[in-house]
Write a protein that binds this ligand. Structure first.
Ligand code: UD1
Length: 425
């Protein structure tokens, strides 16, 4: 597995282009299974999670071709209805195929998903939604078997606003006879993007981003050309990087309203933030002031996917910060690695108290998951001395050319290639 070698201390200056959102692309790739025609996804970053979803589509019988950065997906030839363990274990979003495969072929056999190790990640809400829409679901020998012969539109009330479950049920319902109403869905911008994509293919969905999503089932979806929304987590990571390293960074293709909760916190650290329609500029000078408290919540609350990067920032702020993780119980594994760099963090009952240090120091650290790894990179950029971040394949799941983008801004970071491939099943 590759490593990043970082020499800390450089300020960041310049422009960075934010890629298409990973968390939008993954359900949309699953959504392509519903489409009996060609879909063109414009300017797709090669996150390793995206490559893993493409492998799944090809296994199902889809033709997927790159032309430069554009991705052509043709699911006309879909003949299989199974996603085996060796493919599903590579990516959490393999579970998103459950709804679309069932709607398309009338049945599905999908292995339990893999993905980042951030604690228990149940799929009960996905399965409850399938059952509510008339599917028979059996869990056996590590697989989920779905019989969708009696698929029927119906109301479904999510007891918790799960992003993935909302998306799975939206996709299933797009081709179910009648009208489905999804109550208490997640309201993340990526759900709105999925609605935009499916409607572009002829689905009849409304209400994404609100408290009820309405889906009028259609017989068939047609192809379309689509550009996914900018990645708000990548944008947030670069904003936090600038707040930590000092300097002035322009983010192109970044939407401020998708990151309001982060912007409010960064303004407390004394960063200056300027926003246009699709551009954000961050200016930071001197040691950041502690931002107070963050508590991760469903959108529009503070995103759990930026919690690790905020732990990194809190480690060097002047003052102390409180960080509360409400969504994933084991999403503090990066703390152990931050301690190796001299951070002062105490943890009790899911609450982190971070006393900012004037200096943190380079060390050999290991990515614990995608966003935890990104947090370690940010610490490496600001630390005194050298930092090695191991297991950067976890970071590659959701950042494309991360080190190249940071280097272009002045960060002293390079990738050390390691030949040995490790299977992440
Ligand atoms: C998505 C994002 C992930 C982000 C997360 C929360 C993608 C590909 N991934 O993940 O980056 O961290 O939203 O914003 O979009 N839950 C259940 N039962 C279920 C499903 C979820 O109890 O069936 C719980 C989870 O354990 C967790 C919470 O709901 O505590 C949120 O999970 P969910 O919103 O489903 O996250 P994902 O869709 O997995």
């Amino acid at each position: 597995m590759d490593e990043f070698f970082i020499v800390g201390g450089n300020k960041l200056f310049g422009s960075v282009n934010i890629d298409g959102a990973k968390n939008s692309l993954l359900p949309i790739l699953a959504g392509c299974i519903l489409v009996d025609d060609e879909v063109l996804l414009k300017s797709v970053p090669r996150y390793s999670d995206v490559l893993a979803m493409i492998e799944i589509l090809r296994h199902l019988g889809a033709k997927v071709e790159w032309q430069g950065q554009d991705l052509y997906i043709n699911c006309r030839g879909i003949c299989a209805c199974d996603v085996p363990l060796e493919l599903a274990c590579k990516v959490r979003s393999s579970i998103f195929t459950l709804g679309p495969i069932t709607a398309r072929t009338g049945k599905a056999k999908v292995s339990y998903p893999g993905g980042c190790d951030i604690g228990l990640r149940p799929i009960d809400l996905h399965l409850a939604g399938l059952k509510q829409l008339g599917c028979k679901v059996i869990e056996k020998n590590g697989y989920i078997y779905v019989d969708g012969q009696k698929l029927q539109a119906r109301d479904y009330m999510l007891p918790f606003a799960s992003v993935g479950a909302s998306e799975n049920i939206m996709m299933l319902a797009s081709c179910a006879r009648g009208q489905t109403r999804i109550f208490n869905p997640a309201r993340e911008p990526e759900i709105v993007d999925l609605e935009r994509f499916l409607n572009g293919c002829g689905a009849k969905i409304s209400g994404a981003g609100s408290n009820v999503i309405m889906v009028e089932g259609v017989k068939k979806l047609h192809g379309c050309e689509f550009s996914v929304m900018p990645d708000r987590i990548e944008a947030g990571t670069f904003m936090i990087a600038c707040a930590m390293c000092e300097g002035e960074v322009e983010l192109k293709n970044a939407i401020a309203k998708d990151n309001e909760s982060l912007i409010a916190k960064l303004q407390k650290t004394a960063c200056k933030i300027y926003c246009d329609r699709d551009r954000i500029v961050v200016k930071s000078k001197g040691r950041p002031i502690a931002f107070g408290e963050i508590e991760t919540e469903v959108y529009p609350g503070f995103p759990t996917d930026l919690q690790a990067q905020m732990c990194a920032l809190a480690s060097i702020c002047d003052g102390y910060s409180l960080i509360i993780e409400n969504l994933f119980e084991s999403r503090f594994k990066h703390i152990g690695e931050l301690l190796k760099m001299g951070a002062d963090i105490k943890m009790k009952n899911g609450v982190c108290v971070v006393h900012g240090k004037e200096k943190i120091y380079g060390a050999e650290v290991t990515s614990t998951d995608l966003r935890g790894g990104a947090g370690l990179v940010l610490c490496g950029l600001v630390a005194e001395g050298y930092t090695t971040v191991r297991k950067v394949d976890l970071i590659d799941r959701g950042y494309f050319k991360f080190e190249e983008k940071l280097r272009a801004l002045g960060g002293d970071i390079k990738r050390i290639k390691c030949e040995k491939k490790v299977d992440n099943c």
